[in-house]
Design a protein around this ligand. Structure first.
Ligand SMILES: Cc1cc2nc3c(=O)[nH]c(=O)nc-3n(C[C@H](O)[C@H](O)[C@H](O)COP(=O)(O)OP(=O)(O)OC[C@H]3O[C@@H](n4cnc5c(N)ncnc54)[C@H](O)[C@@H]3O)c2cc1C
Length: 441
């Protein structure tokens, strides 16, 4: 039986689903090495999906089973591009799948975007998720008013996390320093801004209803936001998802406020024009999207644009700067019009930053389908797992393999038990490596 050696760059859902599909393949004997720059697996399932969405996060149990399948190896703490180059991967493997996700931010491209206090939602998400590379200045939480720009599910995650109480957060795996910072913060009002009318809101009805159930905050929707001809016509003709969402927004607008200590306000049909301030943001200027000459100003000391993640170019791999994705044809990476032999792409770096975890399963089956179709023609790299291990070892790269990851996990559970919680995430790289039993030089 022909043996195939496949490298996957990234251990998020798209990489994991590719590993699963290849490991289950009966026609070939496939060994799969999954390279991950962090000491931890699962990508945005660990560092994106909101901590209070534990039901969705429980998918990690199924993803973990994939990394335990025969033929699959997890090589954590290995950055492709520095610890091992793309050329070296292509030399040692018959096929390489790029599953590196979207670690950057889309920008709004307006004045004042670099002022202190304007922070991409991704930074805040990474910080509360305990990402080891997260950089979020907690003094920004001294602001009384925060503005979230964007009306997708990530915007609602961020708004909800800003108003959660410490007790609610302790039911999650959020690191203790995050809970402490959020417990003490001054933010009382969160304003969520959507560029288009309410009928175009991208968040789901489920996420919105969850927000209305948060005990510490009132959700404020002004009836005027929904009294537009566009909303009226959407009520009459939109599909079931939009109709349900408009009904939920209307119910929130009709409901008397509870007088809670915090509030989340929704504004639609508003385009951010400029962030105002000298060195730090003081306010945001908004134009009514449907009547751009109508301007308004909203004071705020913290602004979190939640307008999308963006992929980063990988050294030695074609990249389309305008779409922020790797160009491909049927999952085969292309340079100009020509496929690059043995190079494939999957997940957010292939499709852009949209779609839920499950979307990546279908995406992965397209990618692995292309590999299997090409398999008879793929060059036999003639390498071995030992050759790759030796290369990394010679460079002093401390690989966090699956058993070392399990040791990190065990340390998180022990930490949780000590604090009366199920689990408390480790958030610094050195702490993770120490828990993994890696001697840090
Ligand atoms: C804030 C947020 C909340 C979300 N909430 C939900 C939700 O509730 N439900 C839901 O279904 N979906 C949710 N999603 C979407 C879901 O997380 C994505 O669909 C999914 O994670 C994308 O998978 P991916 O494998 O393409 O990328 P990722 O999950 O980002 O994985 C990419 C991996 O590649 C690694 N990597 C990158 N570069 C390198 C390199 N050079 N070398 C080695 N490794 C590298 C990264 O460290 C990362 O681990 C959410 C997304 C975000 C951003």
């Amino acid at each position: 039986m022909r043996k195939l050696r496949v490298a996957i760059v990234g251990s998020g859902p798209s990489g994991a689903f590719c590993a699963e599909a290849l490991a289950e393949e009966a026609e070939y004997d496939i060994s799969i090495d999954v390279f991950e720059k962090l000491p931890t697996p699962f990508g945005l399932v660990r560092y994106g999906v909101a901590p209070d969405h534990q039901k969705i996060k429980s998918i990690v149990a199924s993803l973990a089973e994939i990394f335990e399948m025969p033929g699959v190896r997890f090589l954590g703490n290995v950055t492709v591009g520095s610890d091992i180059t793309m050329d070296e991967l292509r030399e040692h493997y018959d096929a390489v799948i790029l599953a590196a996700g979207a670690p950057l931010d889309r920008r709004l491209g307006i004045l004042g975007e670099d002022l202190r206090g304007v922070v991409a939602a991704r930074n805040f998400v990474s910080w509360y998720s305990g990402h080891p590379d997260a950089a979020f200045d907690t003094s920004l939480l001294d602001a009384e008013r925060a503005v979230v720009v964007g009306v997708g599910n990530v915007a609602l995650d961020v708004a909800r996390m800003l108003v959660r109480t410490p007790d609610e957060l302790r039911r999650t795996d959020v690191p203790e320093h995050v809970i402490e910072a959020l417990a003490e913060h001054a933010v009382r009002e969160v304003h969520v801004i959507g560029r288009r009318g309410a009928e175009h809101a991208k968040f789901t009805n489920k996420e919105f209803l969850e927000l209305t159930e948060v005990a510490s905050a009132d959700v404020v929707v002004s009836p005027s936001e929904l009294a537009t001809p566009e909303v009226e016509s959407a009520r009459a003709s939109a599909g079931p998802a939009t109709s349900r969402l408009l009904a939920a927004l209307q119910a929130a607008a009709d409901r008397p406020l509870h007088g809670r200590s915090r509030s989340i306000h929704f504004h639609f049909d508003r385009t951010p024009v400029e962030f105002i301030g000298d060195t730090a943001v003081r306010a945001i200027q908004l134009a009514q999207t449907s009547a751009p000459e109508t301007l308004s100003t909203l004071e705020a000391g913290l602004v979190l644009p939640a307008v999308g993640y963006r992929s980063a170019a990988l050294e030695g791999v074609p990249f389309n700067e305008s779409t922020g994705t790797i160009p491909h044809r049927d999952s085969r990476v292309v340079e100009g019009d020509e496929p690059v032999p043995g190079l494939y792409v999957v997940g957010w770096i292939k499709r852009g930053p949209s779609g839920v975890i499950g979307t990546n399963r279908l995406c992965a089956s397209e990618t692995t389908g292309a590999i299997l179709e090409d398999a008879p023609l793929l060059r036999d790299a003639g390498s071995s797992p030992e050759a790759v291990d030796e290369l990394l070892d010679a460079r002093g790269v401390e690989v966090v393999d699956w058993s070392r990851w399990l040791a990190i996990e065990a340390a998180e559970t022990t930490r949780g038990a000590a604090a009366g919680r199920d689990r408390v995430k480790l958030h610094d790289r050195l702490g993770m490596l120490a828990a993994a039993g890696v001697s840090v030089r």
